[in-house]
Design a binder for this molecule. Structure first.
Ligand SMILES: [Zn+2]
Ligand SMILES: [Zn+2]
Length: 262
């Protein structure tokens, strides 16, 4: 599978001369397998995803905070795509999902009702998608700790395992469950929005620290971790300075355009 990051910024897009290196677009991660194009979250990074015509496109949402859905109607492939585009989330069933997307992208919030306009958007229950993609893909989910809820995902193919964990406010009680969930993972995306020093004042905001990510990497015996969901104000220079403190080359700060074949 091919993994590509299209948006790694947390909370709000930050286009600026000081965010060029890591990128200013909000959450969007693509996983390409033989027959599927999975897109995890449709933050502003979604606008640059080339939707495939030769594979089934599946957009999977962790949750519905603005930075995870705001890019959805700004990818013009969405309007011209010839096949069905599946949308799902393990946080809610297909009816609730459709209603949330339609509410956000219509009426007083958005000029056109994309759910009514784009009849090729297909809303499915996550369990239906899991069954559909078998046996090529083993797709699993885990509940995370976040105000309003958020769900982590694990994609396993014959080639390897990709795990996507955001948004999540790490608590020690999660350790065993998360370790099991990431077992054998080739790449884990971690929500490292805050530093440990910042975390105290941000309790209950739903995000973890970079240091917690490093500790989890050790605890879980991971092979590679990409720390993402960078705080909006965190500049390239500041992330570089934090990166310089990391002693393990297999822990990186995610950036827009990152690609890895697993
Ligand atoms: Zn977020
Ligand atoms: Zn969130």
């Amino acid at each position: 599978m091919l993994v590509e990051f299209h948006g790694v910024r947390g909370s709000i897009p930050m286009p600026s001369s000081s965010t060029i290196k890591y990128g200013g677009n909000t959450s969007c991660y693509e996983v390409l397998t033989d027959n599927y194009q999975f897109i995890f979250d449709a933050g502003s990074g979604f606008q640059s995803v080339k939707l495939m015509e030769d594979r089934t496109v599946v957009i999977i949402f962790t949750h519905f905070h603005h930075d995870h859905i705001q890019g959805l109607p700004f990818n013009f492939n969405l309007f011209t795509h010839k096949g069905e585009i599946i949308l799902c989330s393990s946080l809610v069933n297909k009816g609730v999902l459709k209603n949330m997307i339609q509410t956000y992208f219509s009426g007083g919030y958005f000029p056109v009702d994309i759910v009514t306009m784009l009849t090729h958007l297909k809303f499915l229950n996550f369990s239906t998608v899991c069954n559909t993609v078998k046996p090529e893909i083993d797709l699993q989910t885990i509940e995370l700790s976040h105000p309003g809820g958020s769900m982590g995902y694990r994609v396993q193919t014959k080639d390897g395992v990709f795990v996507y964990l955001q948004d999540n406010e790490y608590v020690p009680e999660q350790l065993d469950g998360l370790c099991e969930f990431v077992s054998g993972a080739d790449l884990v995306v971690w929500d490292g929005m805050f530093t440990e020093a910042e975390l105290g004042a941000k309790k209950g905001w739903g995000h973890s620290s970079i240091e917690q990510g490093v500790q989890f990497y050790e605890d879980a015996g991971l092979s590679q971790m990409a720390i993402c969901h960078h705080a909006p104000q965190r500049s390239d220079d500041q992330i570089d300075a934090l990166a310089a403190e990391l002693t393990n080359p297999n822990i990186i700060f995610g950036y827009e355009g990152f690609k890895r074949e697993i």
